[in-house]
Design a protein around this ligand. Structure first.
Ligand code: ATP
Ligand code: MG
Length: 217
């Protein structure tokens, strides 16, 4: 969590390897490797996943085609078309997504909430080891929020890490975080449990403004 412009998306994009960001120094170690040295597709093959705050529209590429290509790109073994169709149907059912969705062009003309669902469908199909969800809850109605949270919860396991970027404590009613971190000016200024999110909801970020750039234990 953190106020607008504090660097949350910047951190997410940088970890995934967005070309817009140049890392001047430091490392990001994942599975024993400095992932900053790898191109984004290699990071995805290692199990990293990013759900975008503002998903891109890709006219001409159907959701189904996109997901099958993505899955075959990140997994070592190719998935056959029948197996993929089965997997996709199962995940769409889980996420209460209408059948027609998979035939539409990726995000083209999708409502804000539908775009976020498409991101979660991607997450469910790819089953990454480390997922970063950048405000996947924003713009979702209450029912969609619950469905999305359930989708995330089915993925959670001892070998899966999920980093959720959110402005709203309400998401944490459905997804139980092990830790909550507050980011201000590009730094983590406070870490705690779920109660920290509740405190932020009640009091905002004022308390942390004086700690700009300083780390508070
Ligand atoms: N390409 C860029 N060039 C210059 N400044 C940038 C660039 N991308 C982001 N910034 C700036 O970096 C800061 C952090 O942006 P970022 O998108 O990471 O914030 P955020 O914490 O995700 O905010 P929000 O909650 O609004 O999504 C902002 O001031 C933003 O304007
Ligand atoms: Mg952001």
């Amino acid at each position: 969590m953190g106020p607008n412009g504090s660097g949350k998306s910047t951190l997410a994009y940088t970890l995934m390897g967005h070309p817009r960001y140049t890392v001047d120094k430091g490392e990001a170690i994942y599975k024993g490797q400095n992932i900053l040295e790898l191109p984004p597709d290699e990071r995805a093959k290692l199990g990293l996943f990013l759900s975008f705050q503002y998903p891109q529209e890709i006219p001409g590429v159907s959701v189904s085609n996109f997901l099958r290509t993505a899955l075959n790109s990140v997994k070592p073994n190719k998935v056959s078309v029948p197996d993929f169709v089965k997997l996709l149907k199962e995940k769409m059912k889980l996420l209460k997504i209408d059948d027609t969705f998979s035939r539409r062009y990726l995000n083209e003309g999708f409502s804000g909430g539908e775009k976020k669902r498409a991101e979660i469908l991607q997450l469910a199909v790819l089953q990454p080891d480390m997922a970063i969800l950048d405000e996947t809850d924003s713009g979702l109605d209450i029912d969609s929020l619950k469905v999305v949270a359930e989708g995330v919860n089915t993925l959670i396991g001892p070998n899966v890490g999920i980093l959720v970027i959110t402005h709203y404590q309400r998401l944490l009613n459905y997804i139980k975080p092990d830790k909550v971190h507050v980011m201000m000016n590009g730094k983590i200024v406070k870490s705690g449990g779920k109660e920290l999110a509740e405190e932020l909801e009640a009091h905002g970020y004022k308390e942390y403004e004086e700690f700009e750039g300083e780390v508070k234990a």
